[in-house]
Design a protein around this ligand. Structure first.
Ligand SMILES: N[C@@H](CCC(=O)N[C@@H](CS)C(=O)NCC(=O)O)C(=O)O
Ligand code: FES
Length: 111
């Protein structure tokens, strides 16, 4: 396994929620990444973010890791959830919040 794969695996296994994105939550560098940040902030979950624009190897490596061609990529407990479209659709259906809760992640307004 390459060093990049190990780095990615470590990130997604040691942090409950990880968002691979362009830019930072404070300053997203792309609207797709920004949308996922807004949804996660609205739901009120804590998450680790990784800026793929800071490292070309991570930008490429994360696509191979998940077999998904684009950024952003959201992970929950080591599992790839999806990109912007999937996250938005799940959020609008109330499924994202439910999914987090089912995995023991506290969300805003939940007991
Ligand atoms: N429909 C995608 C939108 C994300 C997307 O198209 N990302 C592009 C542009 S930011 C991307 O990551 N391209 C490959 C790259 O920039 O490395 C989703 O649901 O996440
Ligand atoms: S950086 Fe251009 S669409 Fe995301």
């Amino acid at each position: 396994m390459s060093g990049i794969n190990e780095f990615i695996e470590n990130e997604v296994k040691t942090n409950d929620v990880v968002l691979f994105m362009k830019g930072t939550p404070q300053f997203p560098q792309c609207g797709f990444s920004g949308q996922v940040v807004q949804i996660l902030d609205y739901i009120g979950v804590d998450y680790k973010s990784v800026n793929v624009l800071a490292d070309a190897e991570i930008r490429q490596g994360i696509k191979e890791y998940s077999n998904w061609p684009t950024i952003p990529q959201l992970y929950l407990k080591g599992e790839f959830i999806g990109g912007c479209d999937i996250v938005r659709e799940m959020f609008q259906a109330g499924e994202l919040q439910q999914h987090f809760q089912e995995h023991g992640i506290s969300v805003r307004g939940a007991a």
